[in-house]
Design a protein around this ligand. Structure first.
Ligand code: FES
Length: 71
């Protein structure tokens, strides 16, 4: 059975693919800048460590908790 993957900011209903494209289009490099655009990561913040990796690597799918195992 396929494992559930983390692929979006749930609060804003924005996929990490959309986040990546929006950041590139608007030349945004940080979660703080995305928040200032009210695009993602302004509510519960659970997506924040994932979005940091999206911005660094363009990876858009993660196993649950993956950012915490990288540190
Ligand atoms: S999942 Fe992104 S702010 Fe809640």
């Amino acid at each position: 059975m396929a494992q559930n993957l983390v692929t979006k900011c749930i609060c804003h209903d924005r996929s990490f693919e959309e986040v990546k494209d929006y950041a590139e289009e608007h030349e945004l490099c940080t979660v703080k800048e995305l928040r200032e655009h009210d695009f993602c990561s302004t509510s519960c913040g659970l997506c924040t460590p994932y979005i940091e990796i999206v911005l660094e690597t363009d990876q858009t799918q993660f196993t649950p908790g993956e950012p915490y195992r990288r540190k």
